[in-house]
Design a protein around this ligand. Structure first.
Ligand SMILES: *Cc1c(COP(=O)(O)O)cnc(C)c1O
Length: 392
């Protein structure tokens, strides 16, 4: 049988890491000890008290039935309470919060609520591939906003042509940012809200990394700025905060009409997340936060080792204030792909080529802080020995 694929599947961009993944497999098969700094997934386990709650709730018969697709009231209350404590943002749990099967699910689905074929969507480059992917599946067209070093990796909203802004229906933004590690403050959020008001654009802010921050810095929520709830929603999850990427539970919060539309779409697609998992997430959000503090310290120490190590080889990187990523320029004479391939070939260390996150991002590579510090030190020693000092 030869089934013709739908145009929307054909429109998805090609998978850009295929080549480097093939090279990694070849090296592994040849017995090379690979150290992967390419993995955007916490290496530390989910805290024990969250796992225990899951075990307890898995025994409860009521939890074995279909959950409500919007999420249990207690789960949505826990999210609202967490926003109040953490950001001073007051949310109506019943109308301004909807549960998601991981924030990725909601980020992909929001495009189906607000984009018609031919509409434009503003997407950061580099950016999490799901922003453009969801929009393309909905038949819309991404307009890429380059995130440049000279602008602190914030999009220059004044550089977006007025006719583009007029056609755009959604703007995706993400701070603390994957892959650049950049953070945004009040000035940027206020500017984004004014832009959204002027052009009638829905802002979808992805705050997945708001709790992965260092040196005492506390990233804000987009929702804490005046007008945010009129123009947008925030996606978040327990994935990064409590090392729960495999559990698949998140939420969208903010504008009640948008939350309702997303919930209505989802009620036609999924039936919510297993209630035992919702109880586990509640435990994370409402329980002691010591595990989060500890995790920040572990990442911070790894960050310092990695950035100091790269800087001793000729880079001039500032230490990122948040996320578990370090985003760095490739040395002179390389594209991001050729640099990643050279590093893999000479050292067995995997770094992610920036070009995989958007065409404006060739010239950069990403390293993740998701390996133990001993492995980080080993990776840097191999790089110093086999690559040496670099020039730009
Ligand atoms: C990890 C990550 C998420 C979180 O995804 P979940 O589906 O909630 O696990 C969202 N956005 C970005 C940019 C991420 O890196």
């Amino acid at each position: 049988m030869d089934f013709a694929q739908a145009q929307r599947i054909k429109n998805l961009p090609p998978y850009l890491f295929a080549r480097i993944e093939k090279l990694i497999k070849e090296k592994r098969d040849a017995g090379v000890d690979i150290i992967s700094l390419g993995i955007g997934d916490p290496d530390m386990p989910t805290p024990g008290y969250i796992i225990e709650e899951m075990q307890k709730q898995a025994e409860v018969g009521e939890n074995h039935q279909y959950p409500s697709s919007a999420g249990m009231p207690a789960y949505r209350e826990a999210v609202a309470q967490w926003y109040s404590n953490r950001f001073g943002v007051e949310l109506d749990a019943a109308n301004e919060v909807v549960s998601l099967i991981g924030s990725k699910e909601g980020i992909a689905h929001i495009s189906f609520c607000y984009l018609n074929p031919g509409d434009l969507v503003l997407v950061p480059d580099p950016g999490y591939p799901v922003y453009a992917g969801g929009a393309i599946l909905a038949g819309a067209e991404p307009y890429y906003m380059p995130l440049l070093a000279e602008n602190g990796f914030l999009p220059d909203l004044s550089a977006i042509p007025a006719d583009i802004a007029q056609r755009a229906k959604i703007m995706f933004i993400n701070y603390p940012n994957n892959p650049t590690g950049a953070v945004a403050g009040e000035e940027f959020y206020r500017e984004a809200i004014a832009f959204a008001q002027a052009y009638n654009i829905l802002i979808c802010h992805d705050a997945a990394y708001s709790e992965i921050a260092f040196d005492g810095y506390q990233p804000p929520s987009f929702l804490q700025y005046p007008g945010a709830k009129e123009v947008g929603i925030e996606f978040h999850s327990v994935s990064k905060t409590y090392n729960m990427t495999g559990w698949r539970i998140g939420w969208a919060a903010g504008n009640h009409q948008v939350v309702e539309a997303l919930g209505r779409l989802k009620s036609n697609i999924d039936s919510g997340q297993f209630q035992a998992i919702q109880y586990a997430a509640i435990k994370g959000l409402t329980g002691p936060q010591d595990a989060v503090l500890q995790m920040r310290q572990v990442y911070q120490e790894r960050r310092d080792i990695l950035v100091d190590g790269l800087n001793s080889m000729g880079w001039q990187l500032a230490k990122p204030k948040a996320t578990f990523y370090v985003w760095a320029p490739v040395p002179a004479g390389y594209s991001s792909e050729s640099f990643a391939e050279m590093v893999l070939d000479k050292t067995g260390v995997v770094v992610t080529p920036g070009s995989g996150y958007g065409s404006a991002s060739d010239g950069f590579f990403r390293m993740a802080l998701t390996v133990k510090k001993e492995r980080m030190v080993e990776a840097l020693e191999r790089m110093k020995k086999n690559i040496g000092t670099v020039k730009f």
